[in-house]
Design a protein around this ligand. Sequence first.
Ligand SMILES: Cc1cc2nc3c(=O)[nH]c(=O)nc-3n(C[C@H](O)[C@H](O)[C@H](O)COP(=O)(O)O)c2cc1C
Length: 346
Amino acid sequence: MQSLIPENRPALILAPMQDITDLAFMGVVDSYGGPDYYVTEYFRVHRDSTLEKKILRSISENQTGKPVFAQMIGENIPALVRSATQLMHYPVAGVDLNLGCPAPTVYKKNAGGGLLRLLDHVDSILGALRDAIDGRFTVKTRVGFETHEEFDAILAIFKKHAIDALTIHGRTVREQYKTPVHANLVKQAVETMSCPVIANGNVVNVATGKAYHAQTGAAGLMVGRGAIRSPWLFQQLKDAYERKPVVQPTRKDLHGYITKLYFAVAENAKDYVEQSHVNRMKKYMAYIAQGIDEEFEYQIRRVKTQVDFFATCDHFMLDDRKLPDAPPVESKLFSGFSKLLEDQKN
Ligand SMILES: Cc1cc2nc3c(=O)[nH]c(=O)nc-3n(C[C@H](O)[C@H](O)[C@H](O)COP(=O)(O)O)c2cc1C
């Protein structure tokens, strides 16, 4: 794993995000510099599951030249072992297990974050997967299900197994996506685990990334929503750590990103239908538009055709004004990140 961690800065990783971080998105992010490695959306694993072809494409057709980890979600041990064994026939950098998904449909089946309520079962899964996986085996977790006080017991289980890296989204399952992250618990994991620990949650710009890293000593930073909003963030972080000038993109640059994404996602789609594609783009636009211009956010939510989509983008984006460095402090899709900055000042 150490070979994936640069010497002079934390490793940078694009967070897995279902229906977002597919082959097309990884290619677009990489064209702006990109992270050091990728993790796929999760493969759903159960008794009768087969590996989803669409997700396999982000491994076998990946053009970024960067390592790609395959993530699995599930609780059935023979099925997880079977899927991990199958995944190792693909050019994966390793296999990752999701112990954090907070969606009720997932956790109620005791998968994802739901497993954090069943630590004996986690213990058995980790043991079985460690035995089955020849290469790297990594885990992505939250800090508890109901409360962060569960974290000591969770860490004790992780410590028992020779996992290759531990990524921590620093919230409990109950905390979903909006609270500040528990940076102190990520730090505790860094001090306790012998493998690299990756800090995740609320990195939205260089300042929050550097603050999270400084507060935890983590070997890496994993960035999700912040990278949808700004694919420049990985290059900005690299430049900041290398003491190079950090370039702030303009609205015109954002227009370029949206255009590139629009056509990359369209090209990658199984069946292209204009209106569904425009609707699909709105998923990305929800993150991209935050804090740019309220009228833009409003109008882009209502477009139905490609012509209207680009007419709206042209109207708001074709100028050289710099983009805001961070999203609004309390917005629908980003919040809680300012605590990282406050703690850094104290
Ligand atoms: C739309 C969306 C989909 C996600 N899908 C996954 C997933 O498939 N696997 C996973 O481990 N985490 C998933 N996550 C969680 C992210 O990987 C990440 O842990 C979380 O968003 C916090 O990081 P951020 O603040 O940088 O976004 C998802 C998050 C979002 C917003």
